[in-house]
Design a protein around this ligand. Structure first.
Ligand code: GDP
Length: 326
């Protein structure tokens, strides 16, 4: 019998990458995948969540649906991030239990770890201290998934687990001018700067402004790489404790390097400057992928500059077809 796999948040950055991967390199005849987005049901509502599960009757679930956003969106909406995500996660895991779902993989993030910590961060440190002030709402809601998973295991012997990706980017990201993360945020801002027809300033004299000092460090994973690892987690990883899905520590880059890579992918000829009046957020959140490497020692991550180029090319093509999510 075919395994029925439901992906919540199935039309977003990670969901669409998983869809691409299971329909190409990771296709299997004994699995049927369903990718659902917010139009299919309101996951903050328990009854609506039950109706969704009644429709798809999944055996396994990848739970990606969440209120998400970049640094500046989090700083303005901490309460909403906390409440919406707590509601969604509580409903999903309860309904998975009610429908006897045999395995759930939920998505956390390396940004939920304690702000004051030692590096690199590993899976045992999620609950060790206060998260960064900028995203305390999102962080506590996501940390509670790990608490719920533990509870469902101890009381009901459920295999509900979680993955902890570093910063993610790729096609189908949210390119909103106000809510986006740094890579889609910079891509849409640089596109607008290059294509600004209200000025005659030659491109060589145009200035691309990076928010903050450009010094913070981040590990970035390409959505297609994360998709492969999330599928592997669903199929093979049989522990309730979280697993960090991140690039290696030596692949950490500065925000300035990100800006220069995006500028190169656009072949931007102007200057790059830094607006240091804007927030930097966490200086770094370096995570260890030692646990992942113990299972997948040879996994090859896509080179950052290559994946940035793919993402910018995808953006340019989608923009020309008016198919960008903002
Ligand atoms: P974070 O990794 O959770 O902090 O979230 P982001 O993806 O929003 O990354 C934020 C970092 O990128 C901060 O250091 C920002 O100051 C910097 N940054 C530079 N330009 C931008 C931009 O256009 N959008 C966003 N979201 N961040 C930017």
């Amino acid at each position: 019998m075919s395994t029925r796999i439901l992906v919540t948040g199935g039309t977003g950055l990670v969901g669409s990458a998983i869809k691409y991967v299971v329909e190409t390199t990771e296709k299997r005849g004994d699995e049927t995948w369903f990718f659902v987005g917010s139009k299919e049901g309101n996951l903050t509502d328990l009854q609506s969540t039950r109706e969704l599960f009644d429709k798809y009757k999944p055996n396994k679930v990848i739970h990606l649906a969440a209120m998400v956003g970049g640094l500046f969106h989090n700083m303005k909406n901490n309460l909403d991030f906390l409440r919406q995500n707590m509601l969604i996660n509580d409903n999903i895991l309860l309904v998975c239990h009610e429908f006897n779902v045999e395995k759930v993989v939920s998505c956390l993030s390396t940004c939920i770890f304690p702000d004051k910590t030692t590096y690199p961060i590993d899976e045992t440190m999620i609950h060790n201290g206060l998260p960064h002030d900028s995203n305390f709402g999102y962080s506590y809601a996501k940390r509670l998934i790990d608490v719920l998973n533990r509870g469902y295991f101890e009381q009901h012997n459920r295999l509900f687990t979680s993955i902890v990706p570093c910063n993610i980017y790729g096609p189908n990201d949210n390119f909103s001018p106000t809510a986006s993360h740094v890579i889609p945020g910079m891509i849409q801002r640089l596109y607008n700067l290059i294509n600004d027809s209200t000025t005659n300033t030659p491109q060589e004299e145009r200035v691309f402004t990076v928010y903050g000092t450009g010094k913070p460090l981040r590990q970035f994973i390409y959505s297609h790489d994360l998709a492969k690892l999330a599928i592997w987690t669903l199929r093979e990883y049989d522990s309730v404790s979280p697993i960090i899905l991140s690039v290696d520590e030596e692949d950490e880059v500065t925000i300035e390097f990100v800006a220069r890579s995006i500028a190169k992918a656009f072949d931007f000829k102007g200057r790059i400057e830094f607006d240091t009046t804007k927030a930097d957020g966490q200086y770094k959140k370096t995570a260890s992928n030692k646990k992942l490497r113990s299972y997948q020692p040879d996994f090859q991550f896509t080179k950052f500059e290559d994946a940035i180029k793919h993402t910018v090319d995808w953006y340019l093509q989608s923009k020309s077809q008016n198919a960008i999510r903002e």
